[in-house]
Design a protein around this ligand. Structure first.
Ligand SMILES: C[S@@+](CC[C@H](N)C(=O)[O-])C[C@H]1O[C@@H](n2cnc3c(N)ncnc32)[C@H](O)[C@@H]1O
Length: 346
């Protein structure tokens, strides 16, 4: 299957067989692929059973590219160009009251990363953009040239877990006083100069800061938290949820959400005392405590798989829980306090 994906879209899906197996597709059922991308998961679902898929992507480039292969599946496939945080509303508009599975394969696709013009990657020079959805308010260029030093440092630290966040922010502010920072190449060169190679793995010095900017611009963690809550609402009893994450911020959120929602199983847990809610009926039961990881063969064939983790769970019959005000903080959604100026633009 990977040949077809490379030809159509250039994205090699990660943990696809495992994520699709977690949904165990059956004839007549309906699934949400919350992150269609090149359609690797969507197509695998549609090939495995005579089922229906509602495939979301907020990126118009992904939904347009799907035209090449989508026709084959006729009315079994519905493509929705919308953020998956709006999954519940979108399904209501399609008069679908519940689905039997939701799968999410988070982050960006190879198409987005490899097209310099999208400005996502330090490996390809291009304008600093990084918006998945071009309707979004703020792009990376505007952020880097307008945000104050403290906001930049906080973004780098919180969303990139970059220890030298303040040094990087200070240098960006210094450079932009003489010339605007317009391209990924310019930003990457600044970061290389002030940060140097990092950690035992010697990852590229721009890695964490590019990740941080992308997460902030696209509100990726906010989307994930809302997407998980929406999945809880739209999944039928015995419905399956499968989520593939690519870094620790995403994985922590998914893990803590599932632990909180399967709280009865965890009652008395010494590890998560502040999130266990044994008084609420659990809405999910965990398929396994540990995530599924890619095999050594998959990592060798597709280095992007290196940090992937798949977590899955089964929806119970209990009604969706209310998200109390403090819920998002407790499951690990960062709550940064940015300056009013940044809050107004983003
Ligand atoms: C890792 S790729 C998915 C690849 C896909 N599983 C495949 O097999 O080709 C992630 C995709 O999800 C989309 N995406 C990310 N966050 C999203 C969101 N909040 N709502 C909708 N789409 C999103 C991105 O635009 C990207 O195309």
């Amino acid at each position: 299957m990977s040949d077809a994906y490379s030809r159509d879209y250039g994205h090699l899906p990660v943990l696809a067989a495992e994520a699709v197996a977690a949904l165990s597709p059956r004839d007549g059922e309906t699934y949400v692929d919350a992150t269609m991308g090149g359609g690797g998961y969507t197509r695998m679902l549609l090939e495995k059973a005579d089922c229906n898929v509602i495939a979301f992507d907020r990126d118009p480039a992904a939904t347009q590219a799907a035209q090449i292969w989508a026709e084959k599946y006729g009315s079994r496939l519905t493509i929705v160009q919308r953020p998956f945080a709006e999954m519940k509303e979108a399904l209501e508009e399609l008069t679908i009251s519940e689905v039997q599975g939701v799968v999410m394969d988070l982050g960006v696709s190879s198409l987005q990363l490899d097209e310099g013009v999208r400005g996502f990657s330090f490996r390809h020079d291009g304008p600093l953009n990084m918006r998945m959805d071009q309707q979004a308010n703020l792009d990376a260029r505007e952020l880097l040239n307008r945000a104050d030093e403290k906001d930049l440092a906080d973004i780098f630290y919180i969303y990139g877990e970059e220890k030298k966040s303040r040094i990087a922010a200070r240098e960006i502010v210094r450079v932009r006083q003489s010339e605007p920072i317009e391209t990924t190449g310019q930003l990457s060169a600044i970061l290389e100069k002030v940060l140097g190679a990092q950690g035992r793995e010697k990852i590229h010095p721009a890695t964490r800061i590019f990740q941080a900017i992308r997460i902030f611009i696209n509100d990726e963690l906010g989307q994930l938290a809302k997407g998980l809550l929406a999945a809880e609402c739209v999944l039928a009893a015995a419905g399956r949820l499968a989520v593939v994450t690519f870094h620790s911020l995403e994985d922590r959120l998914v893990k803590r959400f599932l632990i909180q929602r399967s709280a009865a199983q965890q009652a008395g847990s010494r590890h998560m005392p502040d999130i266990a809610r044994p008084d609420e009926m659990p809405t999910f039961s965990l398929s396994a405590r540990r995530p599924v990881l890619p095999s050594a063969e998959e990592i060798a064939a597709n280095p992007r798989a290196r940090s992937a983790k798949l977590r899955s769970a089964l929806r119970t019959q209990a009604a969706a829980q209310k998200a109390e005000p403090d819920f998002l903080r407790r499951i690990g959604l960062p709550q940064p306090v940015f300056s009013p100026a940044l809050r107004n633009w983003s």
